[in-house]
Design a protein around this ligand. Structure first.
Ligand code: HEC
Ligand code: HEC
Length: 258
């Protein structure tokens, strides 16, 4: 071992291994234990338990239109809770997230983001057959895969992969995981970004926006994508993404996510 370490190459290699390990050594952005307590029990009268809508495993639910939070990028979760608290994003599904986020302190929002990031629940995705039986308008995963991987160049849609990574498993702190997310939620958010793209900056600044218009994406990155999506594109890409797994068969390696 000594001899190996004396070689510069081995030191470089060690540094390469050590670097991700150090950043993985849960430089959590908050107190995971406190986050778990609020997630499972709520806080006082104003904050109901998150698990009531997002599930004990953090997988969310198509029934209430809530997203999977498990293992999501922690800085992304924190940004959303802050945006809800500041009314930069509106929960127009259950109309709860804005009040809930306001009732949390900045530190509690960090604690919750840190906690949900530790939930390594398996990706289940939506049961598309069940949704179809329930009368939901469900798209084609096969068609959606094309959009996720290559975009739709004929009408100005970039590949989702270019920002969200392989199968939407996230690529860097700014880009949330969208693979394995729930179908109802994905469809709703894509429609909301598209509505947001049709809202002028002046109206956004004046607080003149519809509840179902999402405009909290940094530099309008998602609005620029969503504005060119057709209804069919949205249903198709959501159907693909909900079933997309973060790894390929035979290769269990998946980059760690923060
Ligand atoms: C009454 C049900 C309900 C409760 C309780 C609830 N949520 Fe939510 N949450 C939702 C719904 C529905 C959405 C989707 C809102 C939308 O986009 O319209 C959401 C969205 C979110 C998002 C955005 C995720 C993303 O991918 O952008 C975060 C983060 C979140 N909730 C965290 C929490 C936390 C933390 C708690 C507990 C303190 C909590 N929620 C309690 C229903 C709930
Ligand atoms: C140019 C980069 C970029 C591309 C390309 C892109 N996205 Fe995004 N996307 C973002 C960013 C940035 C966010 C985070 C917005 C925020 O901070 O609230 C986001 C957020 C989302 C969300 C919300 C996730 C959540 O949990 O609420 C969905 C859904 C989404 N993107 C779907 C897609 C799909 C589908 C495509 C391909 C058709 C796509 N994105 C292509 C940058 C991109």
């Amino acid at each position: 071992m000594k001899r190996m370490i004396s070689s510069m190459g081995a030191i470089a290699l060690l540094a390469w291994f050590a670097a991700p390990a150090a950043s993985m050594a849960e430089e959590a952005i908050g107190d995971v234990t406190n986050g778990r307590i609020i997630y499972q029990q709520g806080k006082g009268d104003d904050v109901p338990a998150c698990q009531g809508c997002h599930g004990i495993d953090g997988n969310g639910s198509d029934d209430v239109g809530s997203p999977r939070l498990a293992y999501q990028v922690d800085s992304y979760i924190l940004k959303q809770l802050t945006d809800f608290a500041q009314d930069k994003r509106t929960d127009d599904t259950m109309y709860q997230m804005n009040d809930i986020s306001k009732a949390l302190t900045a530190k509690e929002r960090q604690d919750l983001a840190a906690y949900v990031h530790t939930l390594k629940s398996p990706y289940i995705g939506s049961n598309l057959d069940q949704l179809r039986r329930d009368g939901a308008d469900v798209g084609s995963p096969h068609e959606g895969k094309m959009i996720a991987e290559y975009g739709a160049p004929d009408h100005g849609v970039p590949a989702c992969k270019s920002c969200h990574g392989f199968h939407g498993r996230s690529a860097g702190r700014m880009y949330p995981a969208i693979g394995g997310q729930n179908y109802v939620y994905l469809k709703h958010e894509l429609e909301s970004f598209r509505n947001g793209a049709n809202t002028s900056e002046a109206d956004i600044a004046a607080g003149n926006k519809e509840d179902n218009a999402r405009t909290n994406d940094y530099m309008g990155q998602m609005r620029a994508v969503a504005k060119n999506l057709t209804d069919e594109d949205i249903k198709n890409v959501a159907a693909f993404l909900t079933l997309a797994k973060p790894t390929t068969p035979g290769n269990p390696r998946s980059p760690s996510r923060h």
